[in-house]
Every structure is written in structure tokens, then in C-alpha cells.
Design a protein around this ligand. Structure first.
Ligand SMILES: O=c1ccn([C@@H]2O[C@H](COP(=O)(O)O)[C@@H](O)[C@H]2O)c(=O)[nH]1
Length: 239
């Protein structure tokens, strides 16, 4: 179902705002993303609130630390029963594997479903200039995303977070079962904000995204339901 492949980023500071959005948008069948702002403001109870309404949660806290610490965080994410969480690929294979193994063991122990674990490649707010001049990575950006997707695969992760611009090459190289989740998606009616590598929902889906992530164009719209319906229509190729 297309609406499930739309992940709405709940980047709001309070439980109440998140709850209002979930109550409005859950009937559309979308998936929800809880990221740093909401999780640091309100903690695991927001995940419980979404679960209690039958929603699925992508916990987007982008783990990046030593393997032992990431393993502990991954165990906690797994215990919460989130559907998906992520780890920065740039933390290396040992770190990704530690997270993966810990999450799987914890799921087995607690009887929760094993979460999908995705590797964060190059953030969608980064372009070639920033990558080279500020971060000091001289490689072509798309190649870097591909290399990091390869590392994520080697570590055994389920897929990656990348921009819509890299979907085709990731799909070609890693096949249909490797999950591709793409933020940096902007419906026709919205501006790019701080996103640098952007495409429309229709383009992202046509290129082979499994899930698209859209936040502000929906959550800051005057009518979030209408905005989400527009995004779903665009995913289906409608105008
Ligand atoms: O490379 C990345 C990784 C994660 N994100 C997250 O996705 C949403 C996008 O929100 P918009 O309001 O649609 O821009 C946001 O929560 C980011 O933390 C990303 O944008 N890029």
C-alpha cells in the first residue's frame, strides 16, 4: 500500500503536537518517524503512544558511537518494538554489526519483531561542495553513497538511508531486497528548506524507493491531512 510507504517525520517538540498529528494522519495508513527533537523532548512514551494507536515507528536517532554503546542503544530500540532504526555507516563495520547483533538478540529475548536496521549514508542536507570543502571527503558524492551502501550491506544491515538521486545506482548494485529509504523528498507544492539533494515523491517512487520520508511539507502545512493526501497522490503519479 502506497500510504504505508510514506513516512511522516514528526519533528515537533511536544508530545501533544505529535499526538495531534498521529491522530490526524494515522487513518491515512502512513508510517511515523520519531527523530532527535521529539525523542529528546519526550522520550520513549511517544513511541508507545504511536504503537497504542496501531502505528509503525521508524526511530531516527542515527546511532554513531563505539560498538559497545551502539549495541546498548540498539537493544533499547529493539525492546521498544520499533519497526526500523538507523546507524551511521561512517562509524564502521564493527559498530554496525554490534548494533545489528544486539538488536536481534534482544528481539529474540523479548519476543518483539526484529527491527529493520538501516545505514545512514551521506545526509540529504549535504551537497558535493560541503562534502569536499567542509567535511574533507574528496570523492564524488554518489560514489561515496554507493561505497557506504556497500559497507552497510557487508555489515548485514537491511538497507540504507540515501537521497532520491542515488536510488537508481544503489538498486542496480545491491538488488531489489536491499531497502532504500529516502528523505530529501519534496512534493511539488513545497520548498526545499535545508535539503540539498531533492526530488519529488513521484520521482523517488519511480526510481525505486521503498519508503519516502516527508516532514515539514506535511507537519507545518495548514492542513496536514490534505498535504499528506497530496504527497500520496504524487507517489502514485497523480498531480
Ligand atoms: O539524510 C537524511 C537523514 C535523515 N533525515 C531526516 O528526515 C526528515 C526530513 O524532514 P523534512 O522536513 O521533510 O526535510 C528529518 O526528520 C531529518 O532528520 C534527512 O532529512 N536526511
Amino acid at each position: 500500500m502506497d500510504s504505508e510507504r510514506l513516512i511522516v517525520a514528526l519533528d515537533v517538540p511536544t508530545f501533544k503536537e505529535a499526538e495531534n498529528l498521529v491522530d490526524m494522519l494515522k487513518p491515512l495508513g502512513v508510517t511515523f518517524k520519531v527523530g532527535l527533537e521529539l525523542f529528546f523532548s519526550e522520550g520513549p512514551r511517544v513511541v508507545e503512544m504511536i504503537h497504542s494507536r496501531g502505528g509503525k515507528v521508524f526511530l531516527d536517532c542515527k546511532f554513531h558511537d563505539i560498538p559497545n554503546t551502539v549495541a546498548g542503544a540498539a537493544r533499547a530500540a529493539s525492546r521498544m518494538g520499533v519497526f526500523m532504526f538507523n546507524i551511521h555507516v561512517s562509524g564502521g563495520i564493527e559498530m554496525m554489526k554490534a548494533g545489528l547483533e544486539a538488536a536481534r538478540e534482544e528481539a529474540l529475548k523479548t519476543g518483539t519483531a526484529v527491527p529493520k536496521i538501516l545505514g545512514v549514508t551521506v545526509l540529504t542536507s549535504i551537497n558535493q561542495g560541503i562534502l569536499k570543502d567542509e567535511i574533507g571527503i574528496k570523492e564524488n558524492l554518489e560514489q561515496k553513497v554507493l561505497d557506504w551502501a556497500g559497507l552497510a550491506r557487508l555489515a548485514g544491515l537491511d538497507g540504507v538511508i540515501a537521497s532520491p538521486k542515488e536510488i537508481r545506482s544503489i538498486r542496480e548494485q545491491f538488488g531489489p531486497d536491499f531497502l532504500i529509504v529516502t528523505p530529501g523528498v519534496r512534493p511539488r507544492f513545497a520548498s526545499s528548506d535545508d535539503q540539498k539533494r531533492v526530488m519529488t515523491p513521484e520521482e523517488a517512487v519511480l526510481r525505486g524507493a521503498d519508503y519516502i520520508v516527508v516532514g515539514r511539507p506535511i507537519t507545518r502545512a495548514e492542513d496536514p491531512v490534505k498535504a499528506a493526501v497530496e504527497v500520496i497522490k504524487e507517489m502514485q503519479g497523480g498531480v
